[in-house]
Design a protein around this ligand. Structure first.
Ligand code: IPE
Ligand code: IPE
Ligand code: MG
Length: 242
């Protein structure tokens, strides 16, 4: 029994700092090299007809890093956005930046908005970049919206269910990640998509993000296709429905 290719892949791109350290270079060099890896994986997703790719670029906890690293990351994000958006658009990619964008410099917020506008009608790949994103933040902001709707008399408390909450999350309406990949050797979620990863298949690799390549990406997909997804049922039940 084989699963079809994942429709949605979510990745924690970890290990940029260690990649640079190994080469006796500043951490920032690793982040720059990481952008190159992003470009390759986006292209691979388009070629493999993956529908959704969600990448963790900056967590709500990453503000705790040294000021210099945070500010260089912002600059890198802006210049990468500037450079890549046209190419993404040309390749049929729809770009969404998810997270609490209000914390970003106004110029960056405008740039993000413009990239959303430019690519909104593209349908080949939905690329979500999680920036100043936290899974807990996402659930809380969805609850706030539901609470407001309730105060406004638009929804009653017993109408609030999983589906209603899902509709207010950052990735509302998209299929949940089938496959979750984390590079860099750590085996944790680090407050990424907490709600949406409920039934994802996990793939961990020690490879540092700048070294993550298409061969390894294909290995992750191949590993996914061989797994039996049971969603609470028994293996026999799943087999007999196949
Ligand atoms: C991931 O790489 C990128 C960001 C969090 C922005 P790291 O910077 O966490 O790299 P390591 O984990 O220190 O090697
Ligand atoms: C998670 O990586 C966030 C991103 C890759 C953007 P971290 O390197 O920040 O995670 P922890 O701190 O090791 O859990
Ligand atoms: Mg890290």
């Amino acid at each position: 029994m084989h699963n079809p290719n994942p429709r949605h892949i979510a990745i924690i791109m970890d290990g940029n700092g260690r990649w640079a350290k190994k080469r006796l270079m500043p951490r920032f060099t690793g982040h720059k090299a990481g952008v190159e890896a992003v470009r390759n994986i986006v292209k691979a997703c388009v070629e493999r007809k993956i529908e959704v790719l969600t990448l963790f670029a900056f967590s709500s906890e990453n503000w705790r890093r040294p000021e210099e690293e945070v500010s260089l990351l912002m600059k890198l994000f802006m210049s990468a956005l500037d450079r890549e958006v046209k190419r993404l658009h040309k390749n049929g990619v729809r770009l969404r930046v998810i997270g609490d964008l209000s914390a970003f410099p106004e110029k960056l917020q405008k740039q993000i908005e413009a990239s959303h506008d430019l690519t909104k009608d593209n349908t080949l790949l939905q690329l979500n970049i999680a920036a100043n994103y936290g899974g807990r933040w996402d659930i809380v902001q969805a609850c706030q919206k539901l609470a407001q709707a309730s105060v406004d008399g638009k929804i009653s408390v017993d109408e609030i269910d999983e589906q209603q909450l899902e509709q207010h999350l950052s990735l509302a309406g998209l299929p949940e990640p089938d496959l979750f990949i984390r590079t860099g050797g750590e085996e944790r979620i680090s407050n990424f998509l907490l709600w949406q990863l409920a039934y994802s298949e996990f793939f961990f690799t020690k490879t540092l993000w700048p070294d993550f390549n298409i061969a390894l990406f294909d290995e992750a997909i191949a590993s996914f296709t061989k797994r039996q997804r049971r969603f609470g049922r028994t293996g026999e039940q799943v087999d007999s429905n196949a």
